[in-house]
Ligand binder design. Sequence first.
Ligand code: GLA
Length: 699
Amino acid sequence: MSKHLLKLGGAGLLISVSAMAALAADTVAGKAPPDPPKFEAQQTPKFVTIGDIMEYKALAAYHEPDWVTQQFVATGKLPPVKDRLPKEPLVYKTSNMPDGVGVYGDVMRHVIGGRPQGWNYAAGQIQGWGGVDIGMFECLTRTGPLFEIKASALEPMPNLAKSWDWSPDGHVLTMHLIEGAKWSDGQPFTADDVMFYWDDNIKDPNVKPLNSAGPDSFGVGTTLEKVDDYTVKWTFKEAFPKQYLYTMAYGGFCPLPAHILKSQHPKYSKNTYDQYQNAFPPNFMDFPVMGAWVPVEYRPDDIIVMRRNPYYWKVDEKGNQLPYLDEMTYKLSTWADRDVQAVAGTGDFSNLEQAESYVEALKRSADPSAPARLAFGARTIGYSIYLNLSGNGWGEPDARAEAVRNLNRNLDFRLAVTSALDRQHLGESLVKGPFTAIYPGGLYAGTAFYDKASTVYYPFNVAVAKAELAKAGLKDTDGNGIVNFPADTPGVGGQDVSITLLADADYQTDKSLAEGVIASMEAIGLHVIENLVGGTNITGVQNSGKWDWQIFRNQSELISVVQNTANLAPTGPQTSWFHRAGKDGTVDLLPFEKDLVDVINKFIGETDAGKRVDLMKKYQKIYTENVYAVGLTQYPGALIINKRFANIPAGAPIFMFNWAEDNIFRERVFVPKDKQQNYELHPKTLPGAPGLGNGPVSG
Ligand code: GLA
């Protein structure tokens, strides 16, 4: 064989080297992604078991801030603290508290970019994010702090559910709730609250709790029943689906007070679903919660103030009722301002996550006299483009949108999109340096279930991208630089292909990435139009299905895998972020999606660790090979926290199973007496009676 000729395959096809090079240039070829640049997390967690952190038990005596006893208990306004606590409170062990037992006082001043729509989390209202809802609503289980649990002992933490047992066949899970605990207004918390949340919110098709995809997040066909006031019983189609215990944590199952909500629900009143959703606007104060702080004041575009919950059901080993911090404030500003204020010391906390502000924040906090400390964690902030894969009418697409959905469902088209992206450049346009890494999509590099060999990465190659577009049937037939829909496309035949890209207007990173994507697509002849929507409305648009593509900051399932596992594929009609059922309730799965669903369902029912690892390798392969979603970039975030706070656990990531607002156990955080400031806006007050225009009371 001559030097210039290579023999390819068994067909005996002879082809010159230069012809092959030309072929190679335009042929899509996946390969393993490059290794991310080295970036060491600045602290490592102290790994423990859940039993090292907490237990439920009665203590000999309980304590509270003196002013509560004097102003409220001594005057008969509140029962003694021992009668406000459950039979066996949740007790945090001193040995797991980085700075030990704390003292009362002071406030954590948050700054957030979101705005509260109202307090009805059960009906999907946003409280403003940034830790507002995380601090108000407690869930059956808890996962935020799991970043510090030894891998061999990983399981969800008990919370409102203090224990659970499985039937021998693994289909029935009996959950025991904390006994004798009370909502912040003193009303008992019971299984009725849990049942109201399940029956009339999660399961009611007209209600969609915030963060929750729906009843199928707990397995299709799953049921829940009350056994007695403190016991509920789950029945699953699968055996031992322990995965759902993670879904019962923040986001998935955080009951709201039935004694307040029920009378407003359409099933029990003349209200419409809209009226139910809006029955508790932001100026409805002292909304009863199981969380450590209760909203007592709200000023639009200014601030939300929360005061300690006198019925909070967690204590330290000395019997001090938590939280230590008497107040939480949430300044209503912008997310970028959260970074600026935390670094400057006028705010106390930020998840540094918008890569555009890293250099400035790092520079300012390097000064030893800086008021805040800043610690980077692993690369757990990641973005993808989600292509709407529903060809079944979800979001009622018009002819153009329907034609785009059909393109989204075409592998050649997705290969064109992914190959058109210079991810290295995209990352560096956010921040230069070793922060960002090329992210092909799927599980993140550096996380527990990631496997590089199972990850298919399609490198940046404009010629390949164009060739793939042509294969998808798209040509620029009118010579204006934009490809056209094929002539036979219903309703839009021959028109320029135009695609909308939904992005969150409240985050600079989301906007920067959207712009980068638009420029990359223009280079291959795809006209992409930015649709910027503000934070309070974007969740609604995402859930409505009225979008072609969206820039999405990925959720915890792609990091932890075990959290919200059902969201990793369209395992039910509502579990996927970008492929949901149309009006007929079914999802039109593509063949590779059927494989993904199959792998995830197997994973949920699999208890063998080795088999679970293999299943996730398979998942990653199918996901990345088929460009299920188009990965963009992944990078580390940093926790910025004012230096006066104690009990911040080492190595707390800003995002893993949940956000840092959950991970750092804010109820255990305190400020030593000599560092306390006069920042409280309503000192020595407690929440008053729930109601419109009410507020804090001083006794
Ligand atoms: C927003 C912020 C995150 C985090 C979460 C908490 O999404 O961007 O950093 O604070 O709220 O819900």
